[in-house]
Design a binder for this molecule. Structure first.
Ligand code: CA
Length: 393
């Protein structure tokens, strides 16, 4: 009983300490914001009385999309319900989406899929006070500089008058509206598509948010008419060292190496493509195009980009994947991914960053290690591969 009290007292003291430190930080930030050119009135209206939000920090330390396997993520991201709701959303917003596609040259199914993944087509836009969330994250040490910049941008949005401070709501991390724009992205890419004089992404009407997303993708180089990626089959004896992001070939050249669509035909020449194997040789294989990298501007996780792309394909009437996933494998935890990167780097296979993100550089390092010990060099960072690294000297 006594121990419980001690723990409760420590928790309370920790919380109180955070609140005290936060009040000091807030006063300092308000001065910096005014120095940055934001009017004192806007700063005061936005920040006076705003308190530290412990829930935001709890969420920041427990982000789930990075601990699931690709197939676990996709089973939720492209569930039957999300496909069905997406078709309804397409029907409901069809006219606006057609006009947005005509204006920005971005496939309406892609825009709808992002809407589906970011907010379940506007159903879960997040009800947190964005100023409070960003202030909490800017005060917190982990990514203070990034979030202080976003908080300044949020104040600039308020200064422009597009929204009132307490109506600026969003996710715990400050992503706002139907397609979850961060304040910085909003300032650069949000558009007033319905012409009412405001760039409105927070309310029930989705048009401005959808057009803003199309504008964002267009500005980052979306190639009209090109797919994000296409599922392919690899031939027996495929050289897995070719499955690297920097190895680019035309689909016809890939076809000459035996890489074909699931119908057995060569993939049409949409542009230069690389082979992506999110779960190695035992999982679904893709040819991915430049538009894959454009979608990474929304979220760099392969699982997310495949989720958007595949959901868009399904909304267009496409079927599920023909290939299968190594369902018996589990995802690596955050600590395991750090360990994987540290061990690879120590063995001379440099992952460049130790950030627990399995991106192209880490995949190349895995491939290099696999090649050096006679494993199939498919770049798959699996639990078995981590075990093998622990045994390596
Ligand atoms: Ca508008």
């Amino acid at each position: 009983m006594r121990r419980v009290w001690v723990i409760m007292a420590l928790l309370w003291a920790g919380g109180a300490q955070a609140q005290d430190g936060f009040a000091d930080w807030r006063a300092g930030f308000e001065a910096r914001a005014v120095e940055a050119g934001i009017s004192a009135r806007v700063v005061r209206d936005a920040l006076d009385g705003v308190s530290y939000d412990p829930e935001v920090i709890k969420r920041d330390r427990n982000q789930s999309e990075f601990t699931k396997t690709v197939w676990e993520y996709l089973s939720t991201a492209v569930s039957d319900a999300r496909v069905a709701n997406g078709r309804k959303a397409l029907a409901r917003m069809g006219d606006a989406l057609d006009r947005i596609e005509a204006e920005y040259g971005v496939d309406k199914h892609i825009v709808t899929a992002i809407w589906g993944l970011e907010s379940a087509y506007g159903t879960f836009r997040g009800g947190k006070d964005v100023i409070r969330s960003l202030a909490t994250l800017a005060y917190d040490a982990r990514r203070a500089a990034f979030f202080e910049g976003q908080l300044l941008d949020a104040l600039r949005i308020l200064e422009a008058g597009d929204v009132a401070p307490r109506a600026m709501v969003g996710s715990w991390a400050g992503a706002m509206g139907h397609t979850q724009f961060m304040p910085g992205s909003y300032l650069s890419y949000a558009v007033d598509f319905d012409g009412d004089g405001k760039r409105s992404i927070w309310g029930d009407v989705a048009v401005d948010a959808l057009a803003s997303t199309a504008n964002y993708l267009s500005e980052f180089g979306w190639v009209s008419g090109q797919p994000w990626g296409v599922e392919v089959m690899l031939p027996e004896g495929f050289d897995y060292r070719l499955a690297a992001r920097e190895t680019l070939k035309l689909p016809s050249d890939w076809a000459a190496l035996g890489v074909r669509g699931t119908d057995g035909a060569a993939v049409p020449d949409h542009g230069m493509a690389s082979v992506l194997l999110p779960a190695g040789a035992q999982g679904v294989a893709f040819l991915i195009f430049e538009n894959f990298a454009v979608l990474e501007r929304y979220n760099t996780a392969d699982a997310y980009v495949i989720g958007v792309g595949h959901l868009a394909d399904r909304l267009r009437g496409g079927s599920g994947f023909q290939g299968s996933w190594p369902l018996g494998d589990r995802g690596l935890s955050f600590d395991e991914r750090i360990e994987l990167q540290e061990r690879l780097t120590a063995l001379g296979f440099d992952t460049v960053k130790i950030d627990a993100k399995i991106g192209p550089l880490t995949i190349n390092a895995v491939r290099g290690f696999q090649d050096s010990v006679g494993l199939v060099p498919d770049g798959y960072a699996s639990p078995a591969l981590l075990e093998r690294l622990r045994d390596a000297k």
